[in-house]
Design a protein around this ligand. Structure first.
Ligand code: PEP
Ligand code: MN
Length: 264
């Protein structure tokens, strides 16, 4: 597939003084929770407000998301704070509902990127959209699946594309929840140098006290952005409690991180 400068135009057009920042809770829990976090992030470096409303849980019996009602809460976030909104989509129905509710950024989760059928269904549903679409790496360290997903979305004439590096699962126990395997993200960037590359230190580390260091590594490697899970009461979050940071911690991080992205 031909590489194209159009791939990163949406990001360059934002003319950000810093890498792109996507933050918000792992899951939308209640309307109050969604709005409270959004208001706490309003005056910060955050560009897109994330909240998962359909949650792909590896095992059944956990909180699986509030569903479509959460789209209305995200619309309210945009009205009240001006933040752009982002959520995960995993099938055609999710895409249709997210587009109907004017969600600005849709991402494909790691458990979906492993399935060419699902990726193709999402690509077909998004055909020609002007929304931003981000593709997380697949759960397993298979570069071809990630590249294949990029190719399917690109072929659906989606111009505002990007990828999210969220680490890779392994049977081996390490200090990470998902091993970064930075070389795979670098390899993807080598194949598509104009595709914005965003790091997700929350799902890589699984632990809030490691989020800063992984973020700094990503910025040192010249990543284009960060997606960081943020909750006002992380310990009581309904999903991914151990890895979420508070809005205050997030703001402090963006003071302490060496943020400047080199421009060429
Ligand atoms: C998430 O972003 O909350 C999520 C489910 O991530 P991943 O697909 O990377 O596991
Ligand atoms: Mn999560």
């Amino acid at each position: 597939m031909e590489n194209s400068k159009e791939m990163r135009k949406w990001l360059d057009d934002m003319a950000l003084p810093h890498p792109l920042v996507i933050a918000g809770p792992c899951s939308a829990e209640t309307e109050e929770q969604v709005l409270k976090i959004a208001h706490e992030l309003k005056d910060s470096d955050v560009n897109y407000y994330r909240a998962g409303i359909w949650k792909p849980r590896t095992r059944p019996g956990n909180f699986e998301g509030v569903g479509a009602i959460g789209l209305k809460w995200l619309q309210k976030v945009k009205e009240e704070t001006g933040l752009k909104t982002a959520t995960e989509v995993a099938n055609r129905n999710h895409v249709d509902l997210a587009l109907e509710h004017d969600i600005d950024m849709l991402w494909i989760g790691a458990r979906s990127t492993v399935s060419p059928f699902i990726v193709q269904e999402i690509a077909d549903a998004l055909e020609g959209t002007d929304k931003v679409v981000l593709i997380k790496n697949p759960v397993n360290p298979d570069l071809s699946l990630w590249l294949g997903a990029v190719e399917r979305l690109y072929s659906a004439n989606i111009k505002k594309l990007g990828v999210i590096h969220r680490g890779f699962s392994s049977y081996e126990k390490t200090k990470y929840r998902n091993i970064p395997e930075w070389q795979l993200a670098i390899e993807l960037q080598t194949r598509f140098p104009d595709l914005p590359l965003i790091n997700d230190p929350s799902h890589i580390t699984g632990k809030r006290d490691m989020v800063f260091d992984v973020s700094q590594t990503a910025l040192d490697l010249n990543f284009d952005g960060l997606m960081i899970e943020t909750h006002f009461d992380p310990d009581n979050a309904w999903s991914d409690a151990a890895q979420q940071v508070t809005p205050d911690t997030l703001k402090q991080m963006f003071i302490d991180l060496k943020m400047r992205k080199e421009t060429d």
